[in-house]
Structures are given as C-alpha cells and as structure tokens.
Design a protein around this ligand. Structure first.
Ligand code: CP3
Length: 358
C-alpha cells in the first residue's frame, strides 16, 4: 500500500519532528524504546493468543499493539511501529523464532561466508510489505495524534544475530569472522545496507514520519572497529535514504541513529548525517553535547533500571536529566528499551515529569 501524506489527518502533535529538525518546541517530546512491550498487560494478552512474529506479520495486530501505550499514557509524543529488527534476516530467507524467556533463535545461523550467496536479496523488501501495511493502517488509526516512527537494525547488529544465531554475550563467532574473513564481512554488510535503504524508503512511502536505526551491538566494538564496520554503513544508509526520497520527490523525514554502547565514538556519529543521536544511559548528557555540538538533536537516556524506583524518585531523576539536556534539540527517552517487569505507574511518572521539567 502506498499513500502520500495528504491521505493522512494533519499531525496534532509534532513536537518530536520539530525537535528532530532543530525547531523550537513548547515542551520536550518524550517516547520510550519498547514502549509497546511486555510490561503492558494488554500486550501480554495479545501475545498469549499469538506468536511474536505473527503479531509482526498481521497489520491489525501490529497496529493494535502499537496503539496500546498511547491509550494508557497521554503524555507520549510518538509511537513506534510494532515489529522487530530480525524481520530482515527472515526476508533474506533465514528462519528466526522468538522463544519466550530466551529471545530470538536462528535454528540455522550462518557458519561460513559461502552462505552469503544463499541470502535472497532480490525481493526481500517486497517480502516485508506487511510492515508497510502495518504502518499505513496505524497512520490511519492514530488519527494524527502523534507521529509514527519506523525502524531497522543496522548492518553490523543484524550480521551479529545472523552469525551468532541469537543474542550473545561475547559475539565471539562474529569477531572471528571479522578476523578471518574481512572481505566477506564487508560483502555481507553491503548487502544488508542495500536492503535496509530500500526497506526504510518503503516505510516512509507507507507513512513512517521518522526513522530510527538500531546499532544495538555497538557495545561489542572498539572505536577503531566502529569506524571500520559500523560508521561507513550507517552513513550510506542515511545518504541512501535521502537520495531515494529526493529522486521520488517524497518529503524528507528525520533519522535517528542509536548505537548502544557507542559512547566511544560520539564524534564519529555526529558526522554521519543523522538529525538525532540516541544515547544510552552510560553517557553524560553535558559531555555528549560538548562532543557532538549543537547541530544534532540528542535522544535519551534514563537508565531503564531507574523505572524500578518510586514515582517520586523517577520524577526527580527525570527532571534532573531533562535539565542537563535542555529544551533545545532534545528528545527524552530511556537509554535502552523498557524492561518487562517495569511497574505501569513508572511510565506515567517518567512521561509526566518530562513535560513538567522545563
Ligand atoms: O515498542 C517498540 O519499541 C517497538 C517494537 C520493537 C521490538 N523490538 C519488539 C520486541 C523494537 C523497536 C525492537 C527492536 C529490536 N529487536 C532490537 C533493537 C533495540 C534493542 O533492544 O537494542 C533488537 C536487538 C531486537 C532483537 C530482539 N527482539 C531481542 C534481542 C529480543 C529478546 C529480548 C527481549 O527483550 O525479549 C526481541 C524480542 C522482542 N522484540 C520483544 C518485543 C516486544 C519481546 C518478545 C515477546 O513479546 O515475547
């Protein structure tokens, strides 16, 4: 399904987009990574009836789950489409299962670089059309209340899952590939980059109003490795999306890069062309601003663990955080995804405090 922006209701709350583009805002915008997730009983209810990837692949279910946090928390200034970064390896022909209590599992991970040629690049983005359909449906159902964020995993993070076969504490197999097969690694990262660019453009054509790229495994990389195997591809993704949108005469959308554990290379991230840089909770907001400069929006970065504290303490910590970042070019968020046991009232305390802070 392809819609243009004129098919959608006018956006009633554009704080997020204003902040991303560096315009003045009345209040600091706030959203939360994994805001549609297991801490919500209504999400658990849907998951008790449907497999994780069935929810991703069924636009009505993905839309419902995307809207759930908005119904509960009136202070949220954005929604993020319910999906997963691992739908790309699936579209390339790999099997990915979500095992409750374990996380994603690839029964047949990549074990040898010769398997790169078995990946089905052709048609991958059309096999992801269900994500576009979920985005379009959600844009209609959301009735312009807040913008809808689209997303992808970054090439290195996706490659890591494809080689490790799931989450990994050490990433030792991936690191072995970096050592032994540098050329093949770049071949795989380039393939993923091409698919990601087309996938993100498809999301914008379907109605996504901001795009976030998750380099969630950057914490495994040294600065030197980040410069070699992450940054160039992140940069190509930003410029590739911009070029295709220009060529297709589609309005540009702001983009966010979130490299978890990427505190070692904030200066590099500032050069990648993204409007917003997401920060994990280990990074000092004032230091980050000094390194990154004033021309990029910052997003983050309360420790998700702080949401286990009392509402009063959450409010205090949140206000302190917002004051450090300041009102200009700032989007409030956690420093990583909200965790499953988080009390429901913590989200109220966090989102309210952001709007009350300045
Ligand atoms: O609300 C939202 O943020 C949108 C939905 C979203 C999910 N995954 C749903 C999900 C988003 C943006 C993601 C991104 C994602 N997926 C990342 C990058 C962000 C990050 O956390 O660093 C990564 C690394 C993945 C891969 C993935 N998916 C893992 C490692 C896991 C297991 C860990 C966990 O939290 O359970 C998932 C599962 C997953 N993705 C769940 C949800 C709601 C929970 C699974 C379930 O419902 O059973």
């Amino acid at each position: 399904m392809e819609y243009t922006n004129k098919d959608f209701p006018v956006l009633k709350n554009d704080r997020l987009l204003k902040a991303a583009f560096g315009k003045e805002v009345d209040k600091v915008p706030v959203w939360v990574m994994r805001q549609a997730g297991r801490y919500l009983p209504e999400f658990q209810e849907v998951r008790s009836k449907h497999d994780f990837f069935t929810v991703c692949r069924t636009p009505t279910l993905a839309c419902e789950v995307t809207l759930q946090p908005l119904r509960r928390y009136g202070h949220l200034d954005a929604s993020i489409i319910f999906s997963d970064i691992l739908v790309i390896p699936q579209a390339l022909g790999m099997t990915v299962e979500m095992h409750p209590g374990v996380g994603p599992v690839f029964p047949n991970p990549m074990t040898d670089p010769s398997e790169i040629d078995l990946l089905k690049e052709e048609g991958a983005v059309s096999r992801l059309a269900y994500v576009g359909d979920a985005i379009t449906l959600t844009r209609h159902k959301i009735e312009g209340k807040v913008p809808l964020i689209g997303f992808t995993g970054a090439p290195f993070t996706l490659m890591g899952y494809m080689i490790e076969g799931g989450g990994s504490k050490t990433m030792s197999k991936t690191k072995e590939w970096l050592e032994k097969y540098p050329k093949d690694v770049h071949k795989l990262l380039s393939l993923l980059t091409r698919v990601i660019i087309d996938y993100l453009v498809m999301q914008v054509e379907s109605g996504a109003q901001l795009l976030q790229v998750f380099e969630s495994s950057a914490d495994h990389l040294t600065r030197e490795q980040f410069i070699e195997i992450s940054a160039p591809y992140l940069k190509d993704i930003r410029s590739g999306v911009k070029k295709q949108l220009d060529d297709k005469k589609i309005d540009q959308v702001p983009m966010t890069v979130f490299a978890k554990g990427g505190g070692h290379s904030l200066d590099i991230q500032a050069q990648l062309g993204y409007e917003t840089i997401g920060l994990d909770w280990t990074i000092n907001p004032v230091e980050a601003r000094k390194i990154i400069g004033d021309n990029v929006t910052l997003q983050g970065n309360l420790d998700p663990q702080d949401l286990y504290k009392s509402p009063e303490e959450i409010k205090r910590l949140t206000i302190e955080m917002v004051q450090k970042f300041g009102k200009h070019r700032y989007i409030a968020n956690l420093g990583h995804g909200i965790t499953p046991q988080t009390p429901l009232e913590s989200m109220t305390a966090f989102t309210e405090a952001v709007h009350e802070a300045l």
